[in-house]
Design a protein around this ligand. Structure first.
Ligand code: M6R
Length: 599
């Protein structure tokens, strides 16, 4: 986690660094800091809290210069405070470093450097970097960094400056880093949005690459110092795409964007009754599919399993990436491993990709962020094309992931010689328009939220394809409103959670039409009999269901395969509305970061 921006060029670095940090705030926001080099001196300012706190601290200060680095932090080692905020300096203050990642052997390095006379000021793992670089420094920052990195275990995106050198040196292993190429100026950053106001030209650094940037020039080498030629990519998104466009929060904007994001996910992929995907897999050779992901992406994986099994009869397993990577899973060359990740940077998902590849499985990614590490490490995959998702709570990425998993299942079915249901393809293609009509009108979830904003617990129940939607609804609520919520398969309720049900435990049923609709109605009766308050997501007026419901959230009737996408929409709105009513900022929930690039 953490966000990095560095600038070198003719302009005043301060506003560029602050703007860049604001675009990276989704990566962490417990403290921030920056360093501007002026002549032969490094000026460092750090502040606990959000970027706006750092900005206030800097108001009225003059920090001229042409080289600067900055950092927004999400704490891993050491509490969020000014001392632990980056940049960190070496002993004589000549070298400043910002770091994203975790130095796994920091303790041993710290002990050794302390014996060598270094004095540590913070509790962070990151502070070993400036001391280590300083230890090897003999007038050349690049050489010193290369030397230092030989001793470092773990993950890093690291950017460093020296008071006597007019250049920035950056390196990556495991934590994302890009270069922005401007006119007579250069940038280094954790992610593209940080530089997009200044340039659309970027270079993606890969693991174990080191970049030296000066005003208008860059040179990249491997860790042994051998030069590497890199391609410049032209970014197609607009800066407007990453702003709030008048919505109160990014999350609300991203909920509203789903017709467009779904359109983009489906674009060009359903043609003349066929599914077009460019995947480097042999569908006939696949004997099993393993889906690996975390959080919301894992929920999309659970839905994907049902799609693939029902449409292809290929057995599917779904694993938390964090479990998969460490349990020495049985993976065979005939397995197709599907890694789902919005960011493409989630450390556990990335590790599971590598684990599967090391066992010779075919691995594909279902990823949103183009150029992200997972997207680069897999041979092929499905980009979601949702545009940037800034709200920490995933919304539009989830519905696009579900759509992408349906496309994948349909593709595998088609390539295995089985007929596709033309009606399903038609409904899928029409889904963005339907979502647009629905979101334009839907108010139920907002109104019902007003009545439940003071509840302390919620139970979300669904079955079949909508059981993962129940999990997702509960995750959305707990992560942004801090209300305890659990998702359960509705029929499992009577094996335990039913004991919790009383007037104070609202139960949200996802009860849209399905093959097991009648079963879910029985589950509702069980809740009602215990005086539970029932909120039902319902796709048509069913008098017996309405009678069992205290409140109804209406959704349009769609084919069962598409119901997880439609049903997720009001649950996102409900979670958002509750968080907003409680005065919480859903874009920046406490303790959470958008992109979990550490274990
Ligand atoms: O970027 P990824 O899809 O790999 O992220 C996975 C999870 O960290 C993410 O879905 C998380 O659960 C979200 N905060 C959920 O809203």
């Amino acid at each position: 986690m953490c966000g990095i921006i560095g600038y070198i060029g003719p302009r005043d670095p301060l506003p560029i660094l602050i703007d860049g940090l604001k675009k990276l705030e989704y990566r962490g926001y417990d403290s921030a800091g920056l360093c501007v080099k002026n002549g032969g001196a490094l000026h460092v300012v750090k502040k606990r809290g959000a970027i706006s706190d750092l900005e206030s601290e800097l108001r009225g200060r003059d920090m001229p210069g042409h080289v600067g680095i900055a950092h927004t932090r999400w704490a891993t080692h050491g509490e969020p405070n000014e001392t632990n905020a980056h940049p960190h300096l070496n002993g004589d203050g000549a070298i400043a470093v910002v770091h994203n990642g975790i130095i796994e052997n920091y303790y041993a390095l710290r002990e050794w450097l302390t014996r060598e006379g270094c004095v540590f000021r913070s509790q962070t793992d990151s502070e070993v970097l400036p001391h280590l670089i300083g230890h090897f420094y003999e007038g050349d920052l690049e050489r010193a960094l290369l030397h230092a990195l030989q001793f470092v275990e773990g993950a890093f995106g690291v950017v460093a400056v020296h008071k006597d050198e007019n250049r920035i040196v950056a390196a990556r292993r495991g934590s994302p880093l890009i270069l922005g190429v401007g006119e007579d100026e250069m940038f280094a950053a954790s992610d593209v949005p940080a530089v997009l106001d200044n340039t659309r030209k970027v270079v993606y650094l890969h693991d174990n690459e080191v970049a030296v940037i000066t005003a208008g020039r860059y040179a990249i080498t491997n860790l042994e110092g051998a030069p590497i030629d890199k391609q410049i990519h032209e970014i197609q998104w607009t800066v407007d795409q990453i702003e709030k466009k008048g919505f109160k929060h990014f999350m609300l904007k991203e909920i509203a964007e789903q017709p467009e994001s779904l359109r983009n996910t489906l674009r060009g992929r359903i043609k003349a009754g066929r599914i077009k995907l460019n995947l480097d897999v042999d569908p006939l050779a696949i004997e099993r599919v393993i889906i690996t992901a975390c959080g919301t992406s894992w929920h999309a994986g659970l839905i994907g399993k049902q799609f693939i099994e029902s449409l292809t009869r290929i057995p599917v397993e779904v694993d938390y990436a964090s479990e998969f990577r460490y349990r020495d899973p049985i993976v065979r060359p005939t397995d197709l491993v599907v890694a789902i990740s919005q960011s493409g940077e989630t450390a556990d998902t990335l590790a599971s990709v590598r684990e599967a590849q090391s066992k010779n499985a075919k691995v594909i990614g279902v990823v949103n962020v183009v150029g992200s590490t997972i997207s680069r490490e897999v041979a092929s995959g499905i980009y979601l094309h949702c545009g940037p998702e800034i709200g920490v709570a995933s919304t539009k990425a989830f519905t696009s992931q579900v759509a992408a998993m349906l496309l994948l299942a349909l593709f595998l079915r088609q390539e295995r010689g089985l007929a596709l249901d033309a009606g399903l393809l038609e409904s899928l293609a029409a889904l963005p328009a339907l979502a647009e009509d629905y979101l334009g009108e839907a108010r139920d979830a907002f109104e019902i939220a007003e009545r439940f904003q003071f509840a302390h617990n919620f139970l979300y129940l669904g079955r079949g394809l909508n059981y993962p939607v129940a999990l997702e609804g509960a995750l959305k609520l707990k992560e942004i409103s801090y209300i305890h919520a659990e998702g359960y398969p509705a029929a499992e309720m009577k094996h335990g959670p039913i004991a919790l049900i009383d007037h104070d435990m609202p139960v949200i049923f996802i009860a849209t039409r399905s093959q097991i609709f009648d079963k879910i109605v029985s589950n509702m009766q069980e809740v009602k009999a215990r005086k539970g308050r029932v909120i039902t997501v319902l796709d048509e007026d069913e008098p017996n269901v309405t009678a069992l419901s205290d409140y109804v959230i209406h959704v349009p009737r769609v084919r069962e395969e598409l119901s997880p996408i439609v049903n997720a929409l009001p649950l996102q709105q409900f979670a958002y509305a509750i968080a907003d009513l409680k005065g919480l900022n859903p874009d920046k929930p406490r303790n959470l970061a958008k992109s979990v690039t550490v274990e």
